[in-house]
Design a protein around this ligand. Structure first.
Ligand code: PLP
Length: 559
């Protein structure tokens, strides 16, 4: 291992997915983008981290839309183009076989020269049998058995790899429960006796808890892996005593969230509300809140970065400086926005959709397409939507992938396709394929209003609205997740519905659009720009990854 990375002790950040750059498809959505932003902020503030993830050679998938149907293509990438192969090789035991794991080193560079190592684990080696070679191919692919094997490679293989590379780790951070087997490996490793036997009497749970941190990211069931114990036994064999494991991970099934909760002293949710919801889901655990943030430089379009550089130099390093956005003249904010909007409109045109009018507002909605995100809420009453557009013209752009096995999510994409077709003679609209980091930046900066309509309380945080704020784009969003903290009504954007119930959302959404948002855009440009500036000054200055990482450092890592 490069000496520069092992001369000081580090915090090991374990994550199933990570968004490093748009050419590396090792992410599916918000969780991976957050992991990337964690490392980018770490590099900027020179917090010594090391990320551990899977190489996911076949990626998540590339999305094509044909007549409204999502078609999935493999998104294969070549790690040797971006990362260095590492010599170290470790083995994990899967179904009684030794499965060999190697790593790739990706060096993530901050804008001031800070660097963070990212280790991408790979089982595609000659030494392994065919099936085992594919364990690290597909992100979130395959069945439950495949997932468990991946989590063995990530948690157990990852820990052994760090050791083999010579890293000194002072704290471990599990980004979601996928990597919780690392805590089990820590427990077991410390209990190995001199003659190589596992001495269960010497499991030191408090010692392991001292070095483990766990961030839970969603109240949605699918975010919490559970494996039947028969499966665990047939794959992990005698890795750990079953009674001991059941005590830590649940009686009926191996629940990765429970395992992580029981073996971590510091646990947090990703927004204040989400921490509260998690405390209800897991009574008896102390769940802190560290509200997510986004990496400002990554999520700011070049035209905005240029005016921040001019008026608020140092903003990349100290995003709090964005509170001084009033230093920037209104015309320059508007001009920066016009450039971002023009770039997006030309992309839409190149993709073959009808041309958008730059003088009319554009509503953007893009995120993973899945039921609780309710991407169809805006289309609940097409006649009413058209009537609003007749008074105050607007346009709609959407994007998002559905998980290949989420039939409901794929149906939603089809329904959106039909809705957009029906309204497009009245409301220019487009669904853009293959939502990724690049497209996300284009959309969050190019639209005028960022819409989000999740079902409460399932949006743990949400981060795309924070990216929009970096570009002066206000949110119109259901009061859930981060928006409960970020929304000042009519100042930083607008809330939909009430804090507690989902029932009023459709009506509230249409009312806000018709009476508040669209009239302000069309009739009061100065008022609109003041909202844009508030999105920057009050939200981008706070909901950024630098604040988030300083919080993790002082609350979790140093304790
Ligand atoms: C930011 C981002 C997300 C997460 O968006 P949410 O609003 O939190 O759902 C998902 N996918 C991509 C490509 C992103 O850039």
């Amino acid at each position: 291992m490069h000496n520069e990375f092992i001369h000081q002790s580090r915090i090991a950040y374990f994550t199933m997915e990570i968004a490093l750059t748009s050419g590396i498809p090792t992410y599916s959505g918000g969780l991976g983008v957050l992991a990337g932003d964690v490392m980018r902020a770490g590099a900027d503030i020179e917090l010594p981290l090391v990320a551990v993830s899977l190489v996911s050679r076949a990626g998540y998938f590339r999305q094509e839309i044909k007549d409204g149907r999502q078609i999935e293509h493999p998104d294969t990438w070549d790690p040797s183009k971006y990362a260095y192969p590492l010599d170290a090789k470790v083995a994990v035991s899967i179904e009684g076989r030794e499965v060999w794991v190697r790593g790739w080193l990706y060096v993530l560079r901050g804008h001031l020269g800070g660097k963070e190592p990212v280790i991408l684990l790979d089982t595609d080696l000659d030494e392994n049998e065919k099936d085992d070679r594919e364990i690290t191919h597909l992100l979130y692919g395959g069945d439950l058995v495949y997932r468990l094997k991946q989590e063995i490679v990530l948690g157990i293989g990852g820990l052994r790899m760090l050791h083999a590379l010579g890293f000194q780790i002072r704290q471990y951070h599990m980004n979601e429960g996928h990597s919780a087997l690392l805590a089990l490996e820590l427990l077991r490793r410390d209990a190995i006796t001199e003659n190589g036997e596992n001495d269960r009497l010497s499991y030191d749970i408090p010692q392991v808890r001292k070095v483990c941190n766990f961030t839970t990211h969603t109240p949605v069931e699918a975010g919490h892996d559970q494996f039947p114990y028969e499966m665990v036994q047939s794959i992990l064999r005698d890795f750990i005593d079953l009674p001991e494991l059941k005590m830590l991970a649940g009686e009926d099934r191996l629940n990765m969230t429970k395992l992580a909760l029981n073996l971590s002293e510091y646990v947090n949710g990703v927004a204040m509300k989400h921490a509260e919801v998690s405390r209800q889901m897991y009574p008896g655990y102390r769940v802190h809140a560290v509200t997510n943030g986004v990496h400002p430089q990554t999520w700011t379009f070049e035209s905005f970065a240029a005016i921040y550089d001019k008026y608020l130099p140092g903003w990349c390093h100290e995003p709090q400086l964005l509170v001084r956005v009033d230093q920037i003249p209104d015309e320059e904010v508007w001009e920066a926005h016009r450039q971002a909007k023009t770039a997006m409109i030309s992309l839409i045109k190149n993709l073959g959709a009808k041309e958008f009018n730059p003088d009319y507002p554009i509503i953007g909605f893009a995120r993973r397409m899945t039921a609780y995100k309710r991407p169809d809420l805006l289309f609940s009453d097409l006649e009413r939507l058209k009537a609003i557009a007749a008074k105050y013209p607007f346009q709609i752009v959407m994007a998002g992938k559905a998980h290949p096995k989420d039939e409901g999510g794929k149906k939603l994409i089809e329904m959106l396709h039909h809705h957009l077709q029906e309204i497009s003679p009245f409301i220019p609209s487009a669904f853009l394929p293959d939502y990724d980091m690049d497209l996300a930046l284009t959309l969050v900066s190019g639209v005028d209003i960022w819409l989000n309509t999740p079902l409460r309380p399932l949006e743990a945080s949400g981060t795309s609205g924070m990216k929009a704020a970096c570009n002066g784009v206000p949110s119109l969003s259901v009061l859930d997740g981060w928006w409960l903290e970020g929304c000042i009504e009519g100042v930083t954007g607008w809330g939909i519905g009430s804090e507690s119930s989902n029932g009023e959302d459709v009506n509230s959404l249409y009312e806000k659009l018709e009476k508040k948002v669209l009239p302000l855009y069309h009739d009061d440009r100065k008022g609109w720009i003041s909202i844009m500036k508030n999105a920057i000054g009050k939200n981008a200055s706070y909901f950024n990854s630098h604040r988030m990482m300083r919080r993790y450092a002082t609350e979790a890592y140093i304790r």
